[in-house]
Write a protein that binds this ligand. Structure first.
Ligand code: ADP
Length: 235
């Protein structure tokens, strides 16, 4: 599975790259209709590549082959990147995306910055996806001297109590037409939970139907020594 997913990424990258070049006119001027068509190719290919990436992550986690790359970084870099990347998506839906960082938060944590960014992007894009009106808030803080945390809250459709466990399982989704109208494989939260646990952290959820949801990820400020999923995956 890991090998197949990897092989799928190369041609997808080529389709995306060439479609983007056609769209910006590298091969000559294009009509409005052609611009619209290439836009659709780009949109579908982007979605397909994110699904392939999720399948690859899930396969690597299952095979206990996912390796974290640990270095020091400022957690503000992660929240700033996510805010600027997700802003457009929120604006498009008429929702405000607010990021708040507690001033006393340490400026140096150890961990896999890219993977932590992936976790936050996943939670924020779900929050935007399942919210029609209101606000998505990201709050980054330090609950104690040894941990830092980020909380993603929304004013969306919420998650029924009986589904709150299931959504962290691979392919687990909430039943019902409202949820199924949205695209998605149901792998995102399973990957988020496994990555968090691999990093020695934990994720919690509080949610009320029609009120909204809050996901909280707590991570150690100092990363653990053993960071390969085949060594550390028992939480
Ligand atoms: P996907 O979004 O691809 O379906 P996820 O694993 O990210 O997969 O989420 C699983 C399910 O959990 C979603 O399909 C949805 O039913 C529910 N869910 C996740 N986040 C939220 C949220 N912020 N508000 C309401 N439902 C959510």
């Amino acid at each position: 599975m890991a090998k197949v997913s990897h092989e799928l990424r190369t041609p997808l990258g080529a389709i995306l790259g060439f479609a983007e070049m056609i769209q910006v006119g590298v091969y000559g001027e294009i009509s409005e209709q052609q611009h619209e068509a290439t836009g659709k190719i780009i949109e579908s290919t982007t979605y397909l590549s994110s699904m392939v990436n999720e399948l690859l992550d899930q396969a690597q986690l299952e095979a206990r082959q996912l390796i974290l790359v640990v270095d020091e970084f400022d957690p503000r870099d992660v929240t700033n990147t996510v805010q600027s990347r997700m802003q457009i998506l929120a604006k498009h839906k008429g929702i405000s995306l607010i990021t708040q960082v507690t001033p006393s938060l340490t400026s140096c944590v150890y961990g896999d910055e890219k993977r932590i960014q992936q976790i936050l992007i996943n939670l924020v894009s779900n929050a935007i996806k399942f919210t029609e009106t209101g606000t998505v808030k990201v709050h980054c803080y330090q609950p104690d001297a040894f941990h830092w945390a980020f909380q993603v809250s929304d004013t969306g459709i919420g998650i029924p109590t009986e589904a709150q466990r299931r959504i962290f399982e691979p392919f687990g989704q909430v039943d019902g037409s409202e949820t199924r109208e949205q695209m998605g494989t149901g792998l995102g939260l399973s990957i988020v939970q496994q990555l968090t646990s691999l990093m020695g952290g934990q994720i919690t959820l509080k949610s009320q139907v029609d009120r909204g949801s809050t996901f909280t990820v707590t991570l150690p400020i100092q990363a653990k020594q053993s960071l390969r999923s085949d060594v550390q995956n028992d939480d």
